[in-house]
Design a protein. Structure first.
Ligand code: NAD
Length: 271
């Protein structure tokens, strides 16, 4: 039967930090068996210590490496008796700055981790998900998948891709009884935020600073639901609706919001 010993199991990428780590802790409290994967080996060791070696399998994994991803899944399957109740594609990186000013290799890296990494995971794990009644394929998208965000254009594009992929797979995977859903978090207090962001965050509104445990709770709720998109906080859903109904108006709101609105509006003749 393997180390999981009949317990429900969740495979989490980006588990060494932030939302992934909080999700691992919450599901452990609920009695689940945890698979924790990340490029951060120190963070994984700390996680393993906290969860207890009998309650988890942790392993270094770069989600961009499909071959190694398959090996990690085979090891996880050996520990769970070929089952996986949740695949949580959560690993992600953010690189900020104007699109045209970024080295092209940095742009490709964001696509590889945030989107190809998700494809690697789902394509390799579908066998385990299919073998597990009521399983869920869950992915971290972002509030930046509501409207393309300047300053993080490619990050935002990868999160749109994740959202579209989830919608399509939530229909395709019905033939296996596997659900697909995602979360679109606003501003979450984790290491991915550029230094100083947490201090500058608005005190209220949809982009107020939220603790990563709130996203972990959403993963738990999602397992017990058939809802497709989980907005954290819920008001991000209003932004999504507005962007769908009137993208030009939302575009102007975002221009107003951005700290560099002045640069965007500058008269090129005066530069
Ligand atoms: P985080 O930096 O605390 O956690 C991300 C984890 O992913 C890190 O432990 C990192 O080592 C890991 N990782 C990076 N590249 C990897 C790779 N190639 N393979 C495996 N692991 C890798 O940040 P977080 O906020 O908890 O991020 C989790 C997810 O949430 C990301 O997908 C991020 O884009 C998304 N997100 C974050 C926010 C926010 O405000 N923090 C908002 C919306 C979406």
């Amino acid at each position: 039967m393997g180390t999981a010993n009949g317990r429900k199991s969740i495979f989490i990428t980006g588990a060494a930090s932030g939302m992934g780590r909080e999700t691992a802790r919450l599901f452990r409290q609920k009695g689940w068996f945890i698979g924790g994967y990340d490029v951060n080996a120190d963070g994984l060791s700390a996680l393993e210590k906290e969860l207890g070696a009998d309650n988890c399998v942790v392993r270094k994994l770069d989600v961009t490496d499909k071959t190694d991803y398959e090996k990690a899944l085979a090891e996880f399957g050996a520990a769970t008796g070929g089952k996986m109740d949740i695949l949580y594609n959560n690993a992600g990186i953010g690189v900020g700055g104007f699109f045209d000013e970024q080295p092209f290799e940095d742009i490709l890296r964001v696509v590889r981790v945030n989107f190809i990494g998700v494809l690697n995971g789902i394509h390799s794990a579908i066998g385990l998900l299919k073998a597990t009644p009521g399983s869920l394929c869950f992915t971290t998208s972002s509030s930046s998948a509501t409207y393309g965000m300047p300053g993080i254009a490619v990050y935002s594009a990868t999160k749109h891709a994740v959202k579209g992929l989830t919608e399509a797979l939530s229909i395709e995977f019905r033939r296996y009884g596997v659900r697909a859903a995602d979360t679109l978090p606003g501003l979450i207090d984790t290491a991915i935020l550029p230094p100083g962001t947490a201090d500058r965050a608005p005190k209220e509104g949809m982009f107020r600073l939220i603790q990563p445990i709130e996203v972990a709770k959403i993963v738990w709720e999602a397992y017990n639901s058939d809802k497709l998109h989980w907005y954290v906080p819920e008001e991000i859903g209003d932004l999504d609706k507005a962007a769908g109904n009137n993208p030009e108006q939302v575009r102007e709101q975002i221009v107003q919001m951005m700290a560099f609105a002045e640069t965007l509006n500058a008269d090129p003749k005066k530069q």
